[in-house]
Design a protein around this ligand. Structure first.
Ligand SMILES: [Zn+2]
Length: 351
């Protein structure tokens, strides 16, 4: 039902965009990196997308993508994040304005997983002949979502989601679900930045050297993080973390050889834990003498706090970098900053 309404809204938005000749581009955006484009400029861009006057426009769905694009092309491109700073990413749905932004962009960056499933329908309805689409999950090796002991499964919901899908578009979907949080591993992040930089340079060859230099600088910073994580995990007293929240850290723990327990899989829509789940995690914390329990960003933190209270462990933030608060967004906080925080708390949690 929701999907049908949404498809109708998308179609209406596209029709409006076409009639208005893309002049709507400056519609109230929150996560815009640069100043809003003036109407005349937007029209000029429509006529000659490769013109040297028009900035390359890059539209990203989440913060990690936005941060990478900003590091590579922040000076020469107009970069927009569709997710509003501070908003929860798993419940995001694009507004008609967002759809117009995607349609008008030179490059559209998205994850390609469960939480931005809407993208496929949107792209199908668009003229993609001049669009460059960059899907994060195509840039690195993906792994299947895991369900470890004690984790709540979403069997019922998955089934009803599939029913909904079968009723709507006929997409035979029997493939295993891949974990979408590819960016949460710094090693993946380096690959993504490298490939994103190459694609931006293809769109805007005039600034190729800048993009390459910026990408190399940023990859250098991420490599330092990677080295820290390797060092921390190699010298840790224990190699286990407990996340009393969703678990978007699968690529991260696999990279650094950590064992984990968590309440929910990566992009679970349900985050109300059962008493059983909470009890399981409390037992684990006690049994394995875990000094710190994690929650992810923009979480209500309730579960981590109550487990901390029951066990004497600390409750701390482990950033999965889906999004940042409006305050951090305004401050210009980066993926590297957020991961640096992770390195500090991880060191404490593992020792
Ligand atoms: Zn997620």
């Amino acid at each position: 039902m929701k999907k049908k309404l949404f498809a109708a809204a998308a179609a209406a938005a596209l029709a409006a965009a076409m009639m208005a000749g893309c002049g709507n581009k400056a519609a109230s955006g929150t996560g815009s990196a640069a100043e809003k484009k003036e109407e005349t400029k937007a029209e000029a861009k429509t006529e000659s997308p490769a013109s040297s006057e028009a900035k390359v426009s890059i539209v990203c769905t989440n913060f990690a993508e936005y941060d990478f694009a900003r590091a590579i092309a922040g000076d020469t491109a107009e970069i927009t994040m569709l997710l509003k700073p501070g908003a929860e990413s798993h419940t995001y749905e694009p507004s008609p304005e967002d759809i117009i932004r995607i349609q008008d962009s030179d490059m559209f960056v998205y994850v390609g997983g469960d939480s931005d499933e809407w993208v496929a329908d949107i792209l199908d309805s668009m003229d993609q002949s001049k669009m460059h689409v960059f899907k994060l999950m195509d840039q690195v090796d993906t792994v299947e979502e895991e369900h470890v002991e004690g984790m709540e499964t979403e069997e019922e919901e998955t089934k009803s989601e599939q029913d909904e899908k079968n009723l709507g578009k006929s997409q035979p979907e029997e493939e295993p679900e891949l974990d979408e949080h590819v960016w949460a591993s710094p090693v993946n992040a380096m690959q993504i930045v490298e490939k994103m930089s190459a694609q931006i340079a293809d769109i805007d060859p005039d600034h190729k050297a800048d993009y390459e230099k910026n990408a190399a600088d940023y990859i250098g910073k991420i490599r330092k993080l990677d080295e820290q994580f390797q060092d921390i995990t190699a010298n840790a007293a224990r190699k286990e973390i407990i996340v009393a929240d969703r678990f978007p850290f699968l690529y991260f723990v696999k990279e650094y050889g950590l064992k984990y327990y968590a309440a929910f899989p990566g992009c679970a829509s349900n985050t109300q834990p059962s008493a059983q789940t909470v009890a399981f995690l409390i037992d684990k914390v006690k049994e394995d003498q875990i000094p710190m329990v994690f929650h992810m960003e923009l979480s209500n933190e309730q579960m981590a706090n109550s487990i901390a209270e029951a066990t004497g462990a600390k409750s701390e933030l482990l950033n999965a970098v889906h999004n940042v608060s409006a305050e951090d967004f305004a401050k210009g906080v980066t993926y590297v900053d957020l991961m640096q925080h992770n390195a500090e708390v991880l060191k404490e949690a593992l020792n």
